[in-house]
Design a protein around this ligand. Structure first.
Ligand code: HEM
Length: 414
């Protein structure tokens, strides 16, 4: 295989790179000639990890294989998030092991089983009526403005309302949850740099934790018919989440379920604006395949990482014990070996084996069905109320090493 050279200092998790563009060409070059490629990093680039860099894994097949072997590729050792604020220490990274996303079996298996109770198809379908009303209300409120920032007026609302609905956060506290969630995530973007330091990010973390801890304690004392009561009270196997475990679960929801779905909605609407024939098709047929194509196209999580627990071989490369591998979902979802015409946005695509929710392993997104429902409802509401939505300016991208985000997108609704 020919050696592949990238410009010196090139880093696939550089927030400034993602703030400008998705490195589509570079991913394609890696898939062709170096599917598992060492991305060297300086200590400064690697944030808290200071371990020389990570492997960039770009092929659909390889990402699936890694995701299915948690004993060989740990989520716990260095966590799943590949890019953290520079000043974070390894000890702080270890603390994030309290999040489901960063656990290995057997702990992961146990906590995941309890949490899954809140996300059964029945529990998710149970939210349909309430979320339909909310989606319609969001779109109608925005329409009255005539135009504006699609992200703020439309895309960000339902994901947060859905989580609040799911865990029963009262209406008056929802804005607070939204602010906390932004503060925890946007540490790499200069627009938020003044307001989002590591301190504010940590404060937000602590505030959500104590808010959720109180919720859990209240439900433990007086159970009601909701998911919090269900999670904190022992099931038939005697398993339940402790109040602190519930707190970390809410943090994960506020992070994992919020920004991801918001970006899927924005990227999806942008794809429709760029492909008007697909928008016409959607308005007429509302195909059941549309949400997954929107999610593939958006690939809202660019990458999560694993750490090798022993020396192993992958894609012809020797991965050393302790080295990190980056699972670049945003490359896998455009892998020519897994998709016909990957660069065409095709809402009738079927099958659609995208990896935007992860590589189908133990950590596969627990909120996938909720995300699909939210996207279905938002696009139905948009197609009904804003069939002629148009763009005023190109979207402004978020500078983040692992989220494919859009901060602002100015549009007209009529
Ligand atoms: C389009 C929207 C979404 C995308 C693209 C997405 C993506 C992902 C990905 C890539 C993973 C990790 C998979 C892995 O490591 O193998 C994940 C895990 C997770 N997601 Fe999502 N997610 C979305 C929406 C949601 C929603 C709406 C929720 C909940 C309200 C949610 C909750 C979670 C949780 C709790 C995990 C951790 C699961 C575990 O570690 O066992 N996600 N998600």
């Amino acid at each position: 295989m020919p050696a592949l050279s990238m410009p010196a200092g090139f880093d696939f998790t550089d927030p400034a790179l993602w703030g400008t563009r998705n490195p589509v060409q570079e991913f394609a070059a890696l898939r062709r000639s170096a599917p598992v490629w060492w991305n060297a990093q300086t200590d400064e680039q690697s944030g808290g990890f200071r371990d020389g860099g990570y492997w960039v894994v770009t092929k659909h097949e390889d990402i699936k294989e890694i995701s299915r072997k948690p004993e060989l590729f740990s989520s716990q050792q260095k966590g799943s998030v590949i890019r953290l604020p520079g000043e974070v220490t390894l000890e702080q990274i270890e603390l994030t092991g309290a999040l489901l996303l960063n656990m290995d079996p057997p702990k992961h298996t146990k906590i995941r089983r309890i949490i899954s109770k809140g996300f059964t198809p029945r529990a998710v379908e149970g939210l349909r009526n309430a979320l339909t009303e909310r989606a319609v209300a969001i779109v109608h409120a925005a329409k009255k403005e005539g135009g504006g920032d699609f992200v703020e007026q439309i895309a960000c609302e339902l994901p947060l309302q859905a989580i609040a609905e799911l865990i029963g956060v009262p209406q008056e506290d929802r804005r607070q949850l939204f602010d906390w969630s932004n503060q925890m995530l946007n540490y790499d973007d200069p627009e938020y740099a003044d307001t989002t330091t590591t301190t504010t990010s940590n404060n937000a973390f602590v505030e959500v934790l104590s808010y959720a801890w109180n919720m859990a304690e209240q439900r433990r004392a007086i159970p009601v018919d909701d998911i919090v009561s269900q999670l904190v009270h022992a099931d038939i196997d005697g398993d339940a989440l402790g109040s602190d475990e519930f707190g970390f679960f809410v943090i994960l929801l506020a992070v994992a379920g919020n920004e991801t779905t918001r970006n899927a909605i924005t990227h999806g609407m942008k794809a429709f604006v760029d492909n008007p024939e697909q928008w016409e098709l959607f308005k007429q047929q509302r195909p059941r395949t549309a949400p997954d194509e929107i999610i593939r196209w958006a690939s809202p999580v660019t990458v999560f990482q694993r750490t090798a627990t022993e020396d192993t071989e992958l894609g012809g490369q020797l991965i050393r014990k302790g080295q990190r591998v980056g699972l670049f979902y945003s490359s896998a979802n455009f892998d020519e070996d897994a998709f016909d015409r990957p660069f065409e946005f095709d809402i009738l695509r079927d099958p659609n084996p995208h990896l935007a929710f992860g590589g189908t392993g133990a950590h596969f997104c627990v909120g996938a069905n909720l995300a699909r429902l939210e996207i279905e409802l938002m696009f139905n509401a948009l197609a009904d109320a804003m069939p002629n939505l148009s763009q005023i300016a190109e979207p402004e991208r978020l500078s983040s090493g692992w989220i494919n985000g859009i901060k602002h997108w100015h549009v007209r609704y009529d």
